[in-house]
Design a protein around this ligand. Structure first.
Ligand SMILES: [Zn+2]
Ligand SMILES: [Zn+2]
Ligand SMILES: [Zn+2]
Length: 463
């Protein structure tokens, strides 16, 4: 593998965004092929996203250049009109940019296209590294103070990059490519968390409870790096970014689904459990739905690996691993919620409407919900049933191409109530109009010490 193969997105599993070359790669400046700019795409910030359907804070995944062509999450330049593009957190999306002009404009800064007097931004310091980051960092005009939303950022880096604490050793051939895949998946994760209004607090802002990612590699004679979460630190073995390795492990573990994004969504679920469930009024409902997490975690893991899941796991859990322990059930179901929300948002952003699907399917009923009387319950049920219809079609489309199922799961009735619980935890913690990072820091400070770890971890910083 080339150390830095920036020319194209190598991961066939993650191509939905476009032809995303490296944002930092001058040649490959990313963008949809022009011919791809199908006018049929409803790329307006869609009126009917999951957000409107659910009164939930989610987001459009369809973005548009100032030249009206569709652009995608990983783009840094429009191939058609060469307008620079970048992800702007306040806009929760990829925006066309213009060089900042006028009084006090600093070199190499940008404003959002069409908003010349608005905020100014720089490119993230990882724009030109193998991480290929296309996110924008708040900048200041001359004589202005740095905006308060740079709180918690590593100098020069965007929020997504600021939560990375340890990167793979780039002197090792191939690690640049692995790092790029890791960061690409992580940016999608972080953009969704922000869209959901979840607190994303870096370790720079909160050294104790902030979020940090360590991408570690096995070293000769050293301990095997285990994927896991502890006290806000998410560790991932960088070899998981290697398709052949990840696929081998997936087959060995008999998992239907194993992706970098899935790892991140699962592990960040543990983080949010520490933050939003354990120290809050939700804990009693959590125990009623998922079980008592005070059960011995190490013993539960050992039982799982020695004896396998209970025979009826498929009736009770979204995955066999979820049957291990209430913490893992939470993290697996949480990851599922994020999968569903992002996929549904993307579908709706592009005008794909599952309610048009002609298919008879066993749909869920109010009796399957945790709180059928909640004012939001009907919409949530529609969302779940829309998901069933959508994924039935997506699976058939995958099979038409000879690919594995797009959605290789069967959602059991028992998981629907848990998903509704997660939906309520997510929506009710929203800070309203307050900047989420500020509120998040307050929440984080009051959170007690978390306790669980997926597995023993290698000391950070070894790679
Ligand atoms: Zn354009
Ligand atoms: Zn960045
Ligand atoms: Zn876990």
């Amino acid at each position: 593998m080339n150390q830095v193969d920036n020319s194209m997105n190598a991961s066939s599993g993650e191509q939905a965004d476009a032809q995303p070359a490296a944002p930092g790669d001058a040649e490959g400046a990313i963008t949809p092929a022009v011919g791809q700019a199908a006018p049929a795409l409803a790329a307006e910030p869609a009126a009917s996203t999951l957000a409107t359907e659910l009164a939930a804070p989610t987001v459009s995944r369809a973005y548009r250049c100032q030249c009206e062509r569709p652009i995608f999450l990983r783009n840094s330049e429009c191939l058609a009109c060469h307008t620079p593009l970048g992800y702007v957190i306040e806009r929760l999306g990829v925006m066309p940019l213009a060089p900042a002009a006028g009084e006090g404009a600093q070199p190499d800064t940008f404003t959002v296209f069409g908003d010349p007097h608005g905020k100014t931004y720089r490119r993230c310091a990882n724009f030109l590294t193998p991480a290929g980051c296309n996110w924008m960092v708040p900048a200041a005009r001359e004589g202005e103070e740095l905006p308060p939303d740079t709180h918690g950022l590593a100098p020069g880096y965007c929020l997504a990059c600021s939560v990375t604490r340890t990167i793979p050793d780039l002197s090792v051939e191939g690690n640049g490519e692995l790092w790029r895949k890791l960061e690409t998946a992580k940016r999608r994760l972080i953009s969704q968390l922000l869209a959901l209004g979840l607190p994303v607090v870096s370790r720079h802002a909160d050294a104790v409870h902030g979020l940090a990612f360590d991408f570690l590699s096995n070293t000769p004679g050293g301990p095997h790096v285990m994927t896991g979460h502890q006290d806000g630190v998410i560790t991932l073995n960088a070899e998981e970014a290697e398709d052949a390795v990840r696929e081998r492990i997936r087959a060995e573990m008999r998992e239907p689904y194993r992706t970098l994004l899935g790892h991140f969504r699962h592990e960040v679920g543990h983080y949010y459990w520490d933050l939003l469930v354990q120290p809050t009024q939700w804990i009693d409902d959590f125990r009623a739905l998922f079980g008592d997490e005070r059960a011995d975690y190490a013993a539960a893991l050992q039982t799982h690996y020695e004896q396998g899941p209970p025979p009826d796991w498929a009736d009770r859990f979204v995955s066999s691993y979820a049957s291990t322990h209430p913490w893992e059930d939470w993290a697996e179901t949480w990851a599922h919620y994020l999968h569903m929300a992002d996929t549904a948002d993307t579908a709706m952003s592009f005008g794909v409407d599952a309610t048009n699907v002609e298919l008879t399917s066993d749909l869920f009923t109010p009796a399957d919900l945790w709180q059928p009387d909640d004012p939001d319950a009907g919409k949530f049920l529609d969302f779940i049933n829309g998901w069933v219809l959508l994924t039935n079609v997506l699976n058939e489309l995958s099979r038409s191409m000879g690919q594995p199922d797009y959605y290789p799961f069967v959602l059991p009735r028992a998981a629907v109530g848990k998903l509704q619980f997660i939906h309520r935890v997510v929506t009710q913690q929203r800070p309203g109009d307050a900047p989420s990072m500020v509120v998040a820091a307050d929440v984080a400070e009051s959170a007690p010490e978390p306790a669980q770890a997926e597995a023993p971890q290698q000391a950070p910083g070894q790679s």
